[in-house]
Structures are given as C-alpha cells and as structure tokens.
Design a protein around this ligand. Structure first.
Ligand code: ADP
Length: 485
C-alpha cells in the first residue's frame, strides 16, 4: 500500500476518511454544544441576576419600614431586637443578609457605611435610581446593584443600598459544564475518527483485493486470478463484478489475439510452402522445361491470389469487429439489397436455380451499413453455391417477425455434420479442410458474417443435415422510425 502513484505523498484513504469524519463530527458537535452551552449559561446568569434584583427589592422594602434615617442601631434593632423576637415582616431581610451569594452594604443618608455582610469590591455611586450592572471583579465579573432606600411612610431618602453577586455558583457551574463539553468533544472526535477508520477499512477491503489482483495481472496478464466478490450487494460488489468481467474480457482478447496470430501464420504456411516448392522447381528444371515452368508459374499465381484473398478477408474480419463503433447510425432497406443479391447470383450462376420468396409487402429498414448486409448475403449465397452438389438450387426467403426481419438462405447440397454446426462460425474452421481449400475457401466467410450481423445486434443461425442441405437464417431488428436515426 505504500507505493507511490505520483510525486505526491501517499496518504491512505482510511486516514483521510477517519480525519474527515472526525473533523465533520467535531464541527457538528461544536456548533450543537456551543448553542446548548450558551443558552444554559445564559439562563444560569439570568437566575443569578434575578436573585440579586429580588434581594435588592426585599432588603430596600424591609429597611424602608424603619421610616427613619438609617443608623447602625435602628437596623440592628430591626433585625436583632433585644428581646430576640424578630418581627414576622423582618424575617426576609435576615434571610437575605445571611445569603452567602450576596454581599450587602447599607449606607446612611450621609453616605457613611452602616452595615456590611462582606468585603465589597466596588465603590458605591449613590445613584438616585436603581442600577444593576456588570463589573470586573478580582477573578471574574460580578453583578452589582445600587439604589437609594426610601422611607415607606413619607418616601424620604433614608439611606443607600449596594448588593453584589459574585456569581460563584454561576462560575462553578460554568467551569464544570465547559470541562464536560471539552471532554465530550475529545470523546466524539476520537470515537468518530476510530469509527471512520474501521468503517473505511471494512469498505475498502475489496479495493485492496482489486489492487493485489491488478498487481498480479500486470506482472502476468494470463494469470487466472479474480477479485473475490463481497457478500453484501452494494457499489463495491458491483465494481468488483464489473472489474472481474473486464479481466475476463481482457484475457479473452489476449487469447483471441494470440490464437489469431497462430491461425494466420498457420494459414499462410501452406501457400508459402507451395510457392517455395514451385520456385525451387523452376530454379532447377524450369529454365529448360517449358511445361514445368508454365505449371509452376500457374500454381504460384493461384497461391498468391489465395493469399491476397486471405489478407482481404482478415482485414474484413478485423473491421467487422468494429462496426458497432464506426457504422452505428447506418440504415438500409432490406428488400432492395436482397433483391439485388438475388438478381446478381441468378446472372452469375445460370446453371443454378435461384428462387426468392418475398413475404414483405412493404419496405423494411434495418440498422446496418448496406455494403455489410450485401457482403453477408454474398458470403452465404457463395457458400450455398460452393457446397451444392447435384441439386443446384438455392432458396432465398424474406419475412417479418414482431420487430425483426428474417432472411433465409437455403441450399440442398452436402450439409454440415451436427457436431460442426457451432464450429463453422469460428475463424479458419472448415468441415473438410482439403475440399474447402480446393474450392478456394479460407474458413473466414462465416465468422465475418456472424461478427457483422452481431455487431448490428442481429443474429445468425444455422440448421443443417449432412447430405440434405443447409439453411442459414439472419435476423435483424427493424428500425420502426427510419427518419429518427
Ligand atoms: P469457407 O471460405 O471455407 O467457405 P466459411 O467460413 O464460409 O469458410 O465456412 C466454413 C465452413 O463451413 C466451410 O469450410 C464449409 O465446410 C462449411 N459450410 C459453410 N457453408 C456451407 C454450406 N452452405 N453447406 C455446407 N457446408 C458449408
């Protein structure tokens, strides 16, 4: 896995995946946690401020009941009477003053401090209206509320009140919550990173196997190794199947290629050997014996003509394999081509009886290049003539199926043995090699015909019985709307 495919550094997909999921979940978690954290701390803060407001209201109302300028004595009398009995209405103030959250400072009308429940961090400003504000404390911010105290009876100003909330509980909760959020964030990043890593490891396993297979195949293209298809049906299973099919196809091409080269060299060996034999003969005796010379020259000419045909047929065969790409949009009216080939053969072989049974009562268009359809019909009619014996008859038929057109070419000649029926469409296959060669056959005609027809999504079939004759059927899909092509 550590191989470099380019100059850039190799970074495993697993790491990228793990990193991506970790960063993704961190971002999502961060946004959600921040929203929750700020709304929670805001509501905590609001609670603390309400507490302070409530405390100020209670204390100023209770002290207002004293109805005299505030002094140490009258306040302590109010909250700690000599008889030890605190009036019912004074109770809240005692509670407020003893509340650890708040620092209460009471000043007299002359702005001198009278009562303090703790060390205040701010100086009083003796405002004429209630003021609640945030101030900077030693470690963190505090809420400070200030207001004048008015007598309940005549609303005269009898003193000043300052209450501070140091927000200890708030900051304690704030710190604890922040710690929890940070820990949870670390946990989420770690867990999602690990999960991403293991999931990608699981998902990418087939890729690793494809990698190994490619490596093996690139070392030896003929090696029969395939990627195991994963059990679950997903994109990777599809990719693996497609990859294996591609390997099958590639190896088939390689095999066909080398088979073709060996077939061709085998086919060329005989004419070359014959030409060489005759040239040897010419060299030795041809100069003196005109009969030998003429025979040898004739034989050489026949063999070179055969080689020329062979080369042309091989070219046709290799072109027939590419019709799908090069002639995709071609269309041809079948009736015209069949009639033309029928008339040509009738003229070429006057000793044969050709019949055409045309069941089509309209012109039918198929998706095939005209010359290719003609070439296939010529191959089949040629064979029908070539392999006919005493009964020199060839039937051509033309009929229509649901969405197809069928062309039949039937002869009553030597026929093909059942064991050879599938093989006659293979390259260079001849039922009787010597006899076929004598008739000028290279064994390529039917394979060209099959490849051409299949290239246009048609099919070609054969029914034959030895000694009785053969029937070749071509089936081609009809183009319903010829203008659309
Ligand atoms: P060839 O050029 O040898 O005719 P083809 O590919 O056209 O090559 O045919 C392959 C073989 O199939 C022939 O050699 C012949 O043995 C057999 N064959 C083809 N057509 C017929 C037919 N109509 N009747 C009998 N045998 C046939």
């Amino acid at each position: 896995m550590e191989e470099k495919t380019s100059n850039r550094r190799f970074i495993s997909l697993k790491l990228k995946w793990a990193f991506g999921t970790a960063v993704g979940s961190l971002v999502v978690f961060f946004i959600v946690a921040m929203a929750m954290f700020s709304s929670f701390t805001q509501s905590l803060f609001n609670q603390e401020r309400d507490l302070l407001n409530q405390g100020m209201t209670n204390i100023s109302r209770q002290l207002g009941r004293i109805n005299q300028p505030l002094t140490k004595r009258n306040i302590s009398n109010a909250i700690d009477p000599a008889d030890g009995h605190v009036a019912e209405y004074q109770r809240p103030i005692v509670q407020e003053l003893s509340d650890g959250h708040l620092i209460v400072n009471v000043y007299g009308r002359d702005r001198q401090p009278i009562l303090s429940t703790g060390k205040s961090i701010t100086k009083p400003t003796f405002t004429s209206r209630r003021q609640v504000k945030m101030m900077k404390g030693a470690a963190h911010k505090v809420i400070v509320g200030q207001q004048p105290i008015y007598a309940q009876r005549d609303h005269r100003r009898i003193g000043y009140l300052q209450v501070e909330n140091k927000l200890n509980a708030y900051y304690q909760n704030y710190d604890r919550l922040r710690l929890v959020v940070i820990l949870a964030m670390c946990l989420v990043v770690l867990a999602s990173g690990l999960l991403g890593y293991f999931l990608s490891m699981m998902f990418l396993r087939p890729l690793g196997e494809i990698h190994d297979t490619v490596k093996t195949i690139s070392k030896d293209p003929t090696k029969n190794v395939r990627v195991p298809v994963p059990n679950h049906n997903d994109e990777l299973a599809e990719l693996t199947t497609m990859f294996n099919e591609m390997l099958d196809r590639m190896q088939r091409y390689i095999e066909q290629q080398s088979q073709f080269v060996s077939d061709v060299s085998h086919e060329l060996r005989t004419p070359i050997a014959i030409i060489q034999g005759h040239l040897d003969m010419l060299d030795r005796w041809g100069k003196d014996e005109p009969e030998v010379r003429d025979d040898s020259i004739r034989a050489c000419l026949i063999e070179t003509k055969r080689m020329k045909n062979l080369v042309q047929e091989m070219l046709d065969l290799s072109r027939a394999e590419q019709v799908e790409i090069n002639f995709r949009d071609q269309k041809t009216v079948v009736n015209d081509v069949v009639h033309q080939v029928f008339n040509n053969f009738k003229m070429l072989y006057p000793d044969f009886h050709f019949t055409l049974d045309d069941d089509l009562n309209e012109s039918i268009t198929v998706n095939i290049y005209r010359d290719h359809l003609e070439q296939v019909l010529v191959i089949l009619c040629d064979n029908a003539v070539k392999y006919s014996k005493e009964r020199k008859e060839v039937h051509i038929s033309l009929s229509r199926g649901m969405n197809t057109v069928e062309i039949g070419i039937q002869d009553f000649g030597e026929g093909i043995p059942a064991t050879d029926i599938d093989k006659v469409f293979d390259r260079f296959y001849r039922v009787d090699k010597a006899r076929s060669r004598k008739k000028g056959g290279n064994g390529l005609g039917l394979s060209i015909a099959k490849r051409l027809i299949e290239g246009y999504h048609g099919s070609i079939t054969l029914e034959s019985s030895l000694g009785a004759g053969s029937l070749f059927r071509i089936i081609l899909p009809i183009v319903e709307d010829p203008e659309a092509l």
